[in-house]
Design a protein around this ligand. Structure first.
Ligand code: ZN
Length: 192
């Protein structure tokens, strides 16, 4: 398994539409494992293939275990499609491609996702709360849609300004032309 490089906002791959997966082989299974390992090493909740520069319709998710029920949803979904939406939630959301930036974002409270696994076997995931938020966020990535596009106009402007200032600060200090994850605080259960 390998930890892959996560692409940051500004990388053109993040605004492209991903292609459906048609080949289910050992290479795809390995890529699924890498995606999950990369997600865990970044302390995120979800990570879509285009975030590591691969334009395939698939994502990894890993929701923190529920202390009461012991439930711990995680896995890799390939060719996911939302087939049911219900209710609404409004809460803070962030993205591994926008490290350190969090804004309130409205999403459906519950969704059902039809997908296949890395071997091409059909599966269905029903989720509410954070899992539902995560699946909606990741499927947006597969269509080249970033969470800032789901924010109110004012918040989107503030998020972009915050991003530019941060990038500028780091360049100015000569740290790097790009942000480093270690320079920023990641909120473990809000970064998708
Ligand atoms: Zn994201």
């Amino acid at each position: 398994m390998a930890v892959l490089e996560i692409r940051l906002f500004g990388d053109p791959v993040l605004t492209q539409k991903s292609d459906p997966v048609t080949r289910f082989d050992a290479e795809l299974a390995r890529f699924g494992d890498d995606l999950l390992e990369t997600l865990r090493s970044a302390y995120g909740v979800g990570l879509a293939a285009p975030q590591v520069g691969v334009l395939k319709r698939m994502f990894a998710y890993d929701i923190p275990p529920n202390e009461e029920t012991g439930e711990h949803p995680f896995g890799v979904l390939v060719n996911p499609v939302i087939t049911r939406w219900e209710g609404e939630q409004d809460g803070e959301e962030g993205c591994l491609s926008f490290p350190g930036i969090y804004y309130a974002c409205k999403r459906a409270m519950e969704v059902t996702v039809d997908a296949v696994d890395v071997r091409g076997q059909p599966l269905q995931v029903e989720g509410d709360g954070l899992l539902a938020r995560c699946m909606q966020h990741e499927i947006d990535h597969l269509d080249g849609v970033l969470f800032i596009e789901r924010l109110s106009r004012g918040d989107r402007k503030r998020a972009l300004k915050q991003w530019r200032e941060r990038e500028f600060d780091l360049e100015f200090e000569g740290i790097a032309p790009h942000l480093h994850r270690s320079d920023l605080t990641i909120k473990p259960d809000k970064t998708l």
